[in-house]
Write a protein that binds this ligand. Sequence first.
Ligand code: C5P
Length: 218
Amino acid sequence: MIVAIDGPAGAGKSSVARALADELGFAFLDTGAMYRCVTLACLRSGVALDDPEKSLSVANTCHIELGVDSVKLNGEDVSQVIRQPEVSQSIKPIAAHPGIRALMVERQRRICAQGDYVTEGRDQGTVAFPMAECKIFLTASPGERARRRVEQLIRGGVQADYQTILAQQNERDANDSNRTIGPLRAAADAIFVSTDGMSEQQVLEQLLSIVQSKRGMR
Ligand code: C5P
């Protein structure tokens, strides 16, 4: 079974998708990490991110391993590096590249063919797994997402300003929603879950009950 979870940045998808996979005994696929790895590989090799041929060639040759607790790029653990602002702010042309998206989607399908998966991203229910039995669009209001992000950064000892975070988040939302291929969009048959005012545990329980009801319909 594939559970496809899509939604904007900061909706809490990653942590709840991971927890859901654990509860269900499914594997977890973080597709954002794949785009982050390709971006990092381009930055490191000095390839211009907006050079379509060279960036595709980097994507074709880079070896990405998505483990339970680690992300490896050509054998090196890059779990922390790919989350750095330099990478997040450089992803746009990579995520908008049709050839790179096709390659990533093909890899995602190959990985998920191996068993039961909770997969998380922007285009999982629409493009990667249109036949998934369970599709969830996880969202929260922009203000709530930015507030959570500020809290998270401050907990990690990083100074953060709400207005700056909100502006960066709005820009990422616009980039993700406006690209032609694989934009951030809910599938027509996705179930919307708005996490405003909900704890992570409450969100997890709601997702579990959605998956269980879909399983009951099999
Ligand atoms: O989910 P995460 O924030 O790690 O994703 C990083 C970026 O990768 C997103 O902002 C988006 O541009 C891109 N992405 C994508 N398609 C996916 C997953 C992520 O374009 N399926």
